[in-house]
Design a protein around this ligand. Structure first.
Ligand SMILES: *Cc1c(COP(=O)(O)O)cnc(C)c1O
Length: 392
């Protein structure tokens, strides 16, 4: 049967999207660990460098194994174009730096991953870019900040670690009114639970280190958007600044995509179950999870996301109690990653979000008693027993 007549669904894309077999007809995707490529003639090299001939030139520009990952993720996201990077932060930085210049203005939500905050709060201002941080849940604050004009809007929803949910269609509409490009860090939702491009975003960035690998093996990242943006300013920037993803890591991430839906769904079911049970536990002060009725934006979360995700937070009141709890866990590991098949717990105030300082942490709800729990693929009853004994 000619499979070109079948429009692949998500599951088929996750398994077969972008698959290009070599002359050896291997079943699994091939790895091409090469830094460069050769030309039959000098004039062929000349034509390649002049852009007259679309082919691989050098590993910093592109690689066939990296292309398979990019194409597979592009199909799943429903984007025109995708560029893979060596880490999530390389994707975040390139998506902003490729288009901004001194005098430009960025409006961003305040509840951001620690390193994203450093880019917006320290690195871009040093280059003469003004950054304005707003409470992402307040449309009023977005509108006031955008009234001053903006070139780009950057936000994370749900946010790390506070799980704030931002109204994507509303913020995108306000941003587009002033001509700002909307960049969404979709790491917490993952490509299978939320489609920012359908909700008004222009560009989506990922740390592929999280759910896409999801097995603790490699760093990676990706930027997805229009062909005009990705093949234009973004590639012009990345080709010469070098945040390229290695072929081997691209292959690991491609294989990660094959099981992404299964892992994220199973981890999400366990996370929702544990969030419900923890919320009913008197020993826990507060539990936050996007699909819990007690979440301040639960309605919005249910509209924008197809499930609540794999991450929840719990507040135990004090740093001492949070540390004692984390230290008592016997299955869940203390680690700063998320989206992994192994359940991981983090104390954001002293690790991932240390750089924010106490005042900023207070503004985004990162208290000293807060723990972030990334729920993995273990038996949910085992995880429940572990959390229960550690609370004791
Ligand atoms: C981890 C993370 C990043 C950075 O990704 P790396 O792959 O670690 O560079 C960016 N944004 C969010 C929301 C993250 O969780």
């Amino acid at each position: 049967m000619d499979d070109s007549v079948i429009e692949f669904g998500e599951a088929t894309n996750l398994i077969r999207g972008g698959l290009e077999r070599s002359a050896f007809d291997e079943t699994a995707e091939a790895i091409y660990p090469t830094s460069g490529f050769v030309y039959a003639t000098a004039s062929e090299a000349e034509a390649a460098f002049a852009g007259e001939h679309d082919r691989y030139i050098y590993g910093r520009y592109g690689n066939p194994t990296v292309s398979v990952f990019e194409e597979r993720l592009r199909l799943v996201e429903g984007a025109e174009s995708c560029l893979a990077t060596a880490s999530g932060m390389a994707a975040v930085y390139a998506s902003l730096a490729c288009q901004l210049r001194a005098g430009d203005r960025v409006v961003a939500s305040r509840a951001l991953f620690g390193s994203c905050f450093v880019i917006l709060d320290e690195i871009l201002p040093r280059m003469g870019v003004e950054t304005v941080l707003v409470d992402g849940t307040s449309l009023d604050e977005w509108q006031k900040a955008l009234a001053g004009g903006a070139n780009a809007v950057f936000l994370e929803t749900p946010s790390n670690p506070g799980l704030e949910v931002i109204d994507l269609p509303a913020v995108a509409a306000a941003a587009h009114e002033v001509g700002a490009m909307v960049i969404v860090d979709n790491v917490f939702a993952s490509p299978v639970l939320q489609k920012p491009l359908d909700l008004g975003a222009d560009v989506v960035v990922y740390s592929a280190t999280k759910h896409i690998d999801g097995q603790g093996r490699t760093l990676g990242g990706a930027v997805l958007g229009s062909e005009e943006f990705v093949k234009g300013p973004l590639m012009a920037f990345t080709r010469h600044t070098g945040p390229s993803l290695s072929p081997f890591n691209a292959w690991v991430l491609t294989k990660g995509l094959e099981t992404l839906r299964l892992r994220v769904d199973a981890m999400g079911r366990s996370a929702a179950d544990l969030a419900n049970r923890l919320e009913a536990d008197q020993r826990v002060q507060t539990v936050r999870y996007p699909f819990l009725d007690s979440h301040p934006q639960v309605g919005l979360a249910r509209r924008q996301m197809s499930a609540g995700g794999t991450i929840l937070t719990l507040d135990l009141g004090t740093k001492q109690k949070a540390f004692a709890f984390a230290d008592s866990l016997t299955i869940v590991d203390i680690s700063n990653n998320v989206g992994d098949s192994k359940s991981l717990v983090t104390h954001p105030a002293t690790t991932t979000h240390r750089r924010l300082g106490s005042e900023m942490r207070a503004q985004v709800g990162i208290t000293d008693g807060l723990l972030r729990l990334s729920v993995g693929l273990e038996d949910v009853e085992d995880l429940h027993k572990d959390l229960d004994q550690a609370l004791g």
